[in-house]
Design a binder for this molecule. Structure first.
Ligand SMILES: C[S@@+](CC[C@H](N)C(=O)[O-])C[C@H]1O[C@@H](n2cnc3c(N)ncnc32)[C@H](O)[C@@H]1O
Length: 275
């Protein structure tokens, strides 16, 4: 009987030790800078730069930020501290668990969540802000998906550019650089509206957020000037008239300002130039 009790005690002690050490091991998971990740190693973004990146993107409680390759969760947690809903997508399951614990410690786990996943197989179309610290080639690979996000979505990348898609703003902080973009609406092509009795055609050519074009009325064509596209907001000047509007897929709605006052302006996408 005594022997059986001793054996049972030994068994419980062994079980306790093994469970105990597993728990301690899981909680003590310490990532090391430079450790292998799926497509890129883990190197954390310094906190001062994170704040500058979130400032550039103007993150508010209305935002939903997604960090692509979220590491230990610091960008997601910083966004949640500003009241934004934030999600980290991270391939390494240990980093995901660590991020969740970090968010709990910071008291932001209601707003900050993390999923284990591959950024190249994840849907991040609901984001209003995307952050990333990847590699130039990975940024380029993601570029078509990023350009298909809702116009106006803000993107901030630590260290790496997006190739020919020039940044709208460059952020410098303590020897580090980050780049900021606003996803431009797709406006390339022809647009038409009536100016009094006259039909008007606007031809736009677009290179990412850069646009230029010309306007045809009564068979005469003149270039537009000061053309700007920022997210879904378009502005240009033609003669003494300033056009400004919001692009919504195949429509632009806004105002034309001139010496004669302001009038409403609505343009519709058309397939080809009308004579
Ligand atoms: C340079 S770290 C940046 C971490 C964090 N975004 C930051 O700025 O502090 C890149 C992270 O991406 C993760 N990663 C690499 N390839 C990935 C992939 N295909 N899908 C999801 N995460 C990935 C790595 O494990 C690593 O944690």
């Amino acid at each position: 009987m005594k022997k059986a009790f001793r054996l049972l005690l030994l068994l419980f002690t062994l079980l306790f030790l093994s469970f105990g050490s597993t728990t301690v091991f899981a909680q003590d998971y310490e990532p090391s800078i430079g450790q292998q990740g799926k497509d890129v190693i883990w190197v954390p973004t310094p906190n001062e730069l994170i704040e500058a990146m979130l400032d550039a993107a103007g993150v508010t409680p209305d935002d939903f930020l997604i960090d692509l390759g979220s590491g230990d969760g610091r960008i997601v947690i910083a966004a949640a501290r500003r009241g934004a809903k934030a999600l980290g997508i991270e391939y390494n399951p240990e980093m995901v668990k660590l991020s969740k614990r970090n968010a709990e410690k910071e008291g932001v786990s209601i707003l900050a969540s993390f999923v284990e996943g591959d950024i190249f197989e994840s849907d991040f179309s609901q984001a209003t802000v995307i952050t990333m610290y990847l590699l130039p080639d990975l940024n380029k690979k993601l570029r078509p998906t990023l350009l298909d996000l809702k116009p106006g979505t803000r993107i901030v990348s630590h260290a790496f550019t997006m190739g020919e898609w020039e940044a709208d703003q460059t952020i410098h902080k303590e020897g580090r650089t980050a780049y900021f973009w606003i996803v431009p609406a797709k406006v390339d092509g022809f647009w038409k509206w009536q100016e009094g009795p006259e039909p008007v055609t606007l031809r736009l050519t677009q290179n990412f957020q850069k646009i230029e074009g010309d306007l045809t009325v009564k068979g005469d064509t003149w270039p537009i000037l000061n053309a700007e596209l920022r997210g879904d907001q378009i502005n240009f000047t033609w003669g003494n008239q300033n056009y400004s509007g919001k692009v919504d897929k195949d429509d632009i709605r806004g105002m034309v300002q001139s010496q004669n006052g302001d009038i409403e302006w609505t343009a519709a996408r058309t397939l080809q130039a009308e004579k």
